[in-house]
Write a protein that binds this ligand. Structure first.
Ligand code: NAD
Ligand code: DAU
Length: 356
């Protein structure tokens, strides 16, 4: 089969990556989509079971930190584009194991940049390296009237955000120094189906369902700007195809919530779904020691993306959260497979030392 383009998507078995892979595989049958994923604890091929037999989809099991492997992969396929999402993504884990973040997020990104540079050899027509990053690189906001814009100075404050900031700088350095055609996007907090249950929203949904304590860090006053994951995937599609070379685009939902208010909302939503008296689950809230260096507030100004590429969120927070809760109710086995560890047994036996 001949394809118009071959696109490498890294981290496609993770939360956001799986939505990007699904969107591209279904929307662009003329593209071959190669999903490269190490299948760490955060990678789950069950996320992609609805597309994994499509003729334009290929899975490659590998580690972006392994330079030789990455060079071989770029030799095996002739990639026209790279959409790079693979990362260690959880702030709390970066506090306990920062080096894992340096390896994957910094060295892994540099391996991909080098492989693209050495393969494309200055022949950049029709080529694009898209680096998916986070709003956390900008640090934290205090003044309620302030928002992160694309020119906000970097001020990362956790090992996770420092590693993502470093990778962003390398991507831009490869553009400036070697002319590598790049785009970068910095997105706010995502939520939606397939969100790994170590992150706030799915953790709360799972604990409410099981009547377990709901750990709120500090006083629950930190603010996050939440975006439905499918809207992030749509933005990535727009930017990959129509974003200007060398540019950065902020992506956000203009949807700020204090953590405690969000947990209250989830409790009440879940109480209705579980046919409990509304207010019952709020009793599970437990205030725990704050995250070290906990950023106070993130808030994205996505005007550039909206004005230049016409992107806007397709769902309100109420709609997106209702869809998310519905998805978890329809897929409790997905989360149970994760908490029991069964999801890893499945793929390690299937993909150990092999590729599909
Ligand atoms: P995730 O943790 O759910 O998934 C990461 C994926 O990368 C997993 O499938 C994992 O197996 C894979 N991976 C990790 N290390 C790898 C390695 N060394 N080699 C190959 N694959 C590896 O992450 P996510 O939440 O889907 O985030 C995806 C990207 O989007 C990340 O770059 C993250 O920084 C960025 N981002 C996330 C959010 C968010 O709210 N989750 C917001 C903005 C930006
Ligand atoms: O802003 C984008 C970032 O959003 C992404 O780059 C990260 O990959 C992603 O993990 C997310 O980071 P956060 O640290 O904001 O997400 P998390 O879900 O871990 O926490 C959201 C907020 O909830 C944060 O203020 C910490 C708080 N929290 C989190 C957990 C897991 C709690 O109060 N209790 C918890 O148990």
């Amino acid at each position: 089969m001949t394809f118009e383009k071959t696109i490498l998507i890294t981290g496609g078995a993770g939360f956001i990556g799986s939505h990007v892979v699904r969107l591209f595989v279904n929307k662009y049958p003329q593209y071959q989509i190669v999903n490269l994923d190490k299948l760490t604890y955060a990678g789950n091929l069950e996320n992609l079971k609805d597309v994994d037999s499509n003729p334009n989809y290929k899975f490659e099991h590998g580690d972006i930190v392994d330079e030789n492997y990455i060079n071989e992969l770029f030799g095996k396929y002739s990639f026209d584009g790279v959409i790079h999402l693979a990362a260690e993504s959880h702030v709390d884990r970066s506090i306990t194991d920062p080096m894992a973040f340096v390896k994957t997020n910094v060295i892994g990104t540099c391996n991909l940049l080098n492989a693209a540079k050495n393969t494309w050899k200055g022949n950049f027509e029709g080529k694009r390296f898209y680096h998916v990053s986070t709003d956390e690189v900008y640090g934290e906001l205090h003044d309620p009237s302030e928002f992160f814009v694309e020119t906000t100075s970097y001020d990362p404050r956790s090992p996770y955000s420092a590693s993502k900031a470093s990778s962003d700088h390398f991507v831009r350095a490869y553009h400036n120094t070697y002319g590598l055609p790049i785009v970068v996007s910095n997105c706010s907090n995502n939520y939606g189906p397939n969100h790994f249950p170590e992150k706030l929203i799915p953790l709360m949904i799972n604990n409410i369902k099981n009547g377990k304590p709901l750990p709120v860090y500090g006083k629950g006053e930190n603010v996050r700007d939440w975006l439905f994951v499918k809207d992030h995937a749509r933005a990535i599609d727009n930017i990959f195809h129509d974003g200007r070379n060398g540019e950065t685009y902020n992506i956000g939902g203009n949807n700020e919530w204090k953590n405690l208010d969000l947990v209250h909302l989830l409790c009440d939503l879940m109480d209705s779904r579980l046919e409990k008296e509304v207010g019952t689950s709020r009793n599970l809230i437990t205030y725990v020691t704050d995250r070290a260096g906990h950023d106070l507030r993130y808030a994205i100004d996505a005007t550039k993306l909206m004005n230049e590429l016409g992107w806007e969120p397709s769902v309100t927070f109420e709609e997106g959260l209702a869809q998310t809760v519905d998805w978890y109710f329809d897929n409790w086995s997905w989360i149970e497979n994760i908490t029991s560890g069964d999801y890893q047994k499945y793929y390690t036996s299937m993909y150990e030392n092999s590729s599909k």
